[in-house]
Design a binder for this molecule. Structure first.
Ligand SMILES: Cc1cc2nc3c(=O)[nH]c(=O)nc-3n(C[C@H](O)[C@H](O)[C@H](O)COP(=O)(O)OP(=O)(O)OC[C@H]3O[C@@H](n4cnc5c(N)ncnc54)[C@H](O)[C@@H]3O)c2cc1C
Length: 409
């Protein structure tokens, strides 16, 4: 088996000269949401578990989640909330793990929740408490946490051997819980994907998800003028649509609607925005047909003030409502109900909450998360090709896949 090398040659030399190794039942790579949940479940069943992470602090993504309040699950979770090349894959783990399992776990640790719109559950005490509970419960169950450790290399299959720079750890079971490369500022890397390649697992090409979109010059100029304005929209791409708030930024568009659709967007595809979802522009014009106000002023009563003049021609924006022709109304409807843009890019992994793509689930058991062709090797959490919608679904998947794996190890 080809050896992954993540550290310096000097440290490799040191580790290779060591003759002794520590033996565990299970080595978990990554002390994030999925790794710690898995550790908790496996250790509480009497397994000898070690979790390795290069961060000095574990679960750093959890700590920044939900704007610091951790949107830890969603009451309406279903398989339809996940993007995965094999849509059936998530069903088994989700069927065995409900939002109330997470609520119960947090309650046992003194953490209460508030329900926000669309069934999103946030903590009342903050994300740091969730990270603390995951760590405390894993340790209490008997798992050992090795923090601030570089993973120099991984090799073998039953036993797997992990070189953590000066120490060789061995186990018959190896769990890859290394997440994806978004938000490197909290320690994210692509090591999970590199290890998957080393073990010849196929990978669905990763790309940033839940990420703001960058628009081309003309539309970017419009967005820049409107930076900071938000409004509810329906946004559509690739036959998928969401109704949520959209936020204008100086580079393009963001806000929940954009983040949701970004996970479905591919290069060169148009994104279509309805700035008046559930309303009829022509109906609104008819109701005000006798008015002599300029069209843009009528529209500014129901849209951000400057939006109409920025997306309509000057002649149309300044026409009197009573004088609007049928053709002008059609043009306005197209601009306001079907505003089409072709993003030039996303804002990339630095701004993406998740990675879309990852280890191909066709090569993994949906029951145990074990790789079909590499007995003993398991992959959980975001490292898999499973991406949740915005709203607590990604942490729910991290916990659900961690529990599914930890209960079977
Ligand atoms: C800003 C932000 C906010 C978010 N908010 C929410 C939210 O409110 N609700 C929600 O559901 N989801 C949210 N997410 C997504 C969610 O945090 C992730 O999907 C989830 O944490 C994935 O869990 P995981 O265990 O797979 O990976 P992670 O939690 O990322 O854990 C991976 C672990 O592996 C370690 N690691 C990585 N590379 C290496 C390496 N080379 N060597 C050693 N260790 C390594 C990392 O340090 C980390 O501890 C948010 C994400 C971001 C970036």
């Amino acid at each position: 088996m080809h050896l992954f090398t993540g550290g310096s040659s000097a440290s490799l030399l040191v580790s290779r000269t060591m003759s002794e190794s520590k033996k565990y039942d299970i080595i978990i790579l990554g002390a994030g949401a999925s790794g710690l949940y898995c550790a908790m479940h496996a250790a509480s069943r009497g397994r000898k578990v070690v979790v390795i992470d290069h961060g000095g602090k574990p679960a750093r993504k959890v700590r920044v989640s939900g704007g610091g309040m951790c949107n830890f699950t969603n009451l309406h979770v279903t398989p339809d909330n996940y993007i995965c090349s094999n849509p059936h894959f998530v069903k088994s783990a989700l069927a065995r793990f409900s939002p109330w399992d997470v609520v119960g776990f947090l309650a046992e640790n003194g953490i209460s929740y508030e329900e926000r719109e669309h069934g999103q559950l946030f903590t009342e005490q903050g994300a740091g408490r969730v990270a603390g509970a995951l760590v405390a419960r894993s340790r209490r169950a008997g798992a050992e946490l090795l923090l601030g450790r570089t993973i120099e290399s991984v090799s073998g299959t039953g036993p797997f051997s992990v070189d953590t720079g000066g120490e060789i750890l061995k186990a018959d079971k190896l769990v890859v819980a290394l997440g994806g490369p978004s938000w490197a500022q909290v320690g994210a890397t692509d090591l999970g994907f590199r290890l998957a390649k080393q073990y010849e697992l196929s990978i669905v090409r990763p790309r940033p998800g839940l990420v703001p979109l960058v628009l081309a010059k003309n539309e970017k100029d419009i967005c820049r003028e409107l930076t900071g304005n938000a409004l509810p929209v329906t946004i559509e791409c690739n036959g998928v649509r969401f109704t949520d708030p959209l936020l204008f930024t100086h580079k393009g568009i963001s806000g929940p609607a954009t983040l949701q659709i970004s996970s479905y967007w591919r290069d060169n595809q148009p994104v279509v925005i309805d700035f008046l979802p559930g309303q009829s522009l022509s109906g609104y014009i008819e109701e005000n047909r006798s008015s002599n106000v300029q069209f843009k002023n009528l529209l500014s009563r129901i849209l951000p003030k400057r939006l109409p003049e920025l997306i309509l021609s000057q002649a149309l924006a300044e026409a009197s409502v009573s004088q609007l022709t049928k053709q002008q109304i059609e043009v306005a409807e197209n601009r306001i109900h079907r505003f089409s843009v072709v993003p030039t890019n996303t804002e990339g992994y630095a701004k993406a909450e998740v990675v879309v793509g990852g280890v191909d689930t066709n090569s993994v058991s949906s029951k145990t998360m074990e790789c079909k062709d590499v007995p003993g090797l398991h992959v959980i959490g975001e490292a898999l090709d499973v991406t949740g919608h915005l709203g607590g679904f990604n942490l729910h998947w991290a916990f659900a896949s961690g529990a599914a794996c930890g209960d079977e190890l």
